[in-house]
Design a protein around this ligand. Structure first.
Ligand code: GSH
Length: 218
């Protein structure tokens, strides 16, 4: 059976777990934290989570894993069949990761461990997030999902990217990322009603304090 390595507070882990649950793929979850030990690096060469283990071997990098799952388990697709529609989904996935997730990630040391964050970094992150949200609004149809009537990988990647960005923006920048973005906010609230999101959010809450302790014990 496919194995998924990672931990419940990780947004990237949750993207893959959400896709597996949505697609109905059986998997075993193995809780691991990012790790630079030779044992874990043999599974995930950057020591990051998530990674998966298949009968053929290990695979890391969330977008690559998501693409693999689409190809290997096409029964319940999270990518449309049409080439153009596929590209539009991947465009939103890319924008969400580059300009929402990765921008917000720069604030994680401040969010999780209270590390000081230079004003220049705060300004840079806010600028990227503003543009990222603007790009998402320009690309998404919200009808009711971001790329149309069906839930796709774009909804999944945006949802968990936005989760960390809302948290970091609110806590570190004292800024409500979704203020003035009513369609995006309504979509985010709709996604939060999805039973899989609810399950993963509950798992994240349950692990959050222990994760914070682990981060701050280093
Ligand atoms: N590019 C990676 C990023 C994954 C990532 O950054 N995961 C975090 C946890 S949410 C991690 O492992 N951080 C530890 C590190 O960067 O060494 C992917 O797409 O899977």
């Amino acid at each position: 059976m496919l194995k998924l390595y990672g931990f419940a507070v990780s947004d990237y882990f949750n993207m893959v777990k959400h896709a597996l649950l949505e697609k109905g793929v059986a998997f075993e979850e193995i809780t691991v934290f990012p790790d630079q030990t030779p044992e874990y690096l043999a599974k995930s060469p950057m020591g990051k989570v998530p990674c998966i283990e298949t009968e053929q071997g290990f695979l890391c990098e969330t977008s690559v894993i998501l693409d693999y799952l689409e190809a290997a388990y096409p029964e319940k697709p999270l990518i449309p069949a049409d080439a153009w529609q596929q590209a539009k989904v991947r465009e939103l996935v890319k924008v969400s990761e580059l300009y929402i997730e990765l921008a917000a990630r720069r604030l994680l040391p401040a969010l999780l461990a209270g590390a000081p964050v230079a004003d220049s970094v705060q300004t840079e992150v806010r600028e990227v997030l503003e543009k990222g949200v603007r790009a998402v609004n320009a690309l998404a149809s919200f009808s009711p999902f971001v790329c149309g009537e069906q839930q796709t990988l774009a909804d999944i990647v945006l949802r968990y990217s936005l989760g960390i960005a809302k948290l970091a923006a609110g806590s570190v920048l004292k800024w409500d990322l979704l203020e003035g973005n009513s369609e995006l906010k309504a979509w985010d609230e709709r996604m939060a009603q999805n039973p899989i999101c609810q399950q993963l959010d509950a798992d994240m809450q349950a692990q959050f304090d222990a994760f914070l302790k682990k981060v701050n014990a280093k």
